[in-house]
Structures are given as C-alpha cells and as structure tokens.
Ligand binder design. Structure first.
Ligand SMILES: NC(=O)c1ccc[n+]([C@@H]2O[C@H](COP(=O)([O-])OP(=O)(O)OC[C@H]3O[C@@H](n4cnc5c(N)ncnc54)[C@H](OP(=O)(O)O)[C@@H]3O)[C@@H](O)[C@H]2O)c1
Length: 234
C-alpha cells in the first residue's frame, strides 16, 4: 500500500479533467509535493504544486522531467488522446499518435522514473480505460489494451522491488475528452480519482471504477458475442 501522505507525485496531463483532479486530490490527501506535468504548464497558486513542462511523446522532455523531478515517489501516467476514427480508414498518423501518446509515452516515463520509484518503494499508477477491454474506441482501444498489458508487465518487474503498480480502469467520465459526447450517467472526475487513490492507499493492483467497467471486464471470460452481440446474428 502506498500512502499519499508526504508523497511526491508526478501527474502527466495535469491540465486535463482527471489530471487536475489527481493534482488537487493528491495535495488534499497530504502529498508533500505534486509535479503537475503538462505540455503547456500553468500556475496552480499553491507552493506544493510545481508546474512541469512535459510532452509525453518527447524523449528529451522526459529526460528533463526525470532530472527535475527525480524525487518522485508516485508516478501517475494519466495523459492520453482519443482521436476518433475507424482503424481501417482513419489517417495512419492518428493511429500512430494514439500509440505514441497512450502507450509509448507511459512506457518511456516508467522507464525514466523506475529508479526513483524503486528507491522510494513508491508506486506507478497507469490510467487505462474500459476501452482496454472493449473495441469500440478502435485505435484508442488498441492503445489502451496494450497499456493494460504493459501495466501488468511492469508490475511483474517492479513489485519485487517494493513498487506498487496500480492499473486504473474506468468508463465514460465527464472531462474534455468526452466533449460532444451524448453519453449519459458519466462518472464525475472527483469520484474517479477518489476511487483510484483509495485503491492505491489500500495496496491494490487494479481498480475497476464503475459498474460499466466491471461488466465489460467480466464479459471477457464469455464468448466474444457477449461483448459484441451484433456478431451473434452473423
Ligand atoms: N474521460 C473519459 O471518459 C475517460 C474514460 C476512460 C479513461 N480515461 C482516461 O483518463 C485519462 C485522463 O483523460 P481525461 O478524461 O482527463 O481527458 P482530458 O481532459 O482530455 O485530459 C487529457 C490530458 O492529456 C494531455 N495530453 C495529451 N497528449 C499529451 C502529450 N503528448 N503530452 C502530455 N500531455 C498530453 C492533454 O494535454 P493538453 O491539455 O495539452 O491537451 C490533457 O490535459 C486518460 O488516460 C484517458 O484515456 C478517460
């Protein structure tokens, strides 16, 4: 289990809907310092929050972040993009960007910060998605499915050294990523972050934040038509 009290937390995508909530909730739970990493960092009006310039697709920026924030004890890989479009027809650049941002970015960050996490016996939090297990997000689902497995592999590599690796999985949540969506009953960012940090502080490996995510995860053990019923009539 990893306490937020006196922790030093680095949050990627800190200006986003969930990112900002991770920053403020970490402070509220007693973090000593929070690095709020963003492509376009902003002031937070709190001397416990340190803005950090970080594009997760830029290896040089990751090196600079590691040098600046080498005292990080909890890394939250939160930044992601969700360009819509079919896998067959979307511009290939969109598909590559999904993989670079949502998968390779967290892998690079985790490699860069692994020594710090190991020496602190700290924690890695990777923000996955219900779309890690459900293909309707197309290229985004591909990137999040791969992040799920990367999270599992990192757990095998880091947990023997006392690093907790938490995969967080959630359904539609009311943030800018859902702009223009007509989904109903979306999660509130504060509820999602509370569930993720509760799981972290309870020492869990995974947290499935909402009922939709739990239903989709449970269906993985069923025939593929359980998740994609339209296939049953074909
Ligand atoms: N909202 C949902 O329904 C939902 C559901 C399941 C999982 N999630 C996951 O939750 C996490 C947070 O998403 P959100 O809902 O809070 O979305 P959001 O408000 O769009 O925030 C995403 C953040 O990621 C940042 N980002 C994108 N590309 C980046 C890059 N190359 N380098 C650094 N930062 C980058 C964005 O930065 P800029 O501010 O510079 O654009 C933005 O601040 C993501 O991993 C997402 O996949 C969200």
């Amino acid at each position: 289990m990893t306490s937020l009290k006196d922790a030093t937390v680095l949050v990627t995508g800190a200006n986003g809907g969930l990112g900002a909530e991770f920053v403020t909730t970490a402070v509220a739970r007693g973090a000593r310092l929070v690095y709020a990493a963003a492509r376009d960092p902003k002031g937070w009006g709190d001397n416990r929050v340190v803005p950090l310039q970080l594009d997760v697709t830029d290896p040089d920026a990751i090196d600079r972040a590691r040098e600046r924030a080498g005292d990080t004890t909890i890394l939250v890989n939160n930044a992601a993009i969700f360009p819509r479009g079919d896998l067959l027809t979307a511009p290939l650049d969109d598909i590559t960007a999904n993989i670079e941002t949502n998968l390779i970015g967290p892998i690079r960050l985790t490699r860069a910060f692994a020594p710090a996490l190991r020496s602190a016996e700290g924690a890695l939090v990777n923000v996955g998605s219900v779309l890690s297990w459900f293909a309707v997000g197309k290229a985004h689902s591909v990137s999040k499915a791969a992040l799920w497995m990367a999270t599992n592999a990192f757990r095998l590599e880091l947990s023997p050294d006392g690093v907790q690796v938490l995969g967080a999985y959630l359904g539609p949540t009311d943030t800018p990523m859902q702009a223009g969506s007509n989904a109903t009953g979306m999660n509130k960012p504060a509820d999602v972050v509370a569930a993720v940090f509760d799981a972290l502080e309870a020492g869990q490996h995974e947290v499935l934040v909402d009922e939709t995510t739990k239903r989709v995860h449970a269906a993985l053990s069923q025939p593929v038509t359980a998740l994609y019923p339209a296939l049953a009539s074909r």
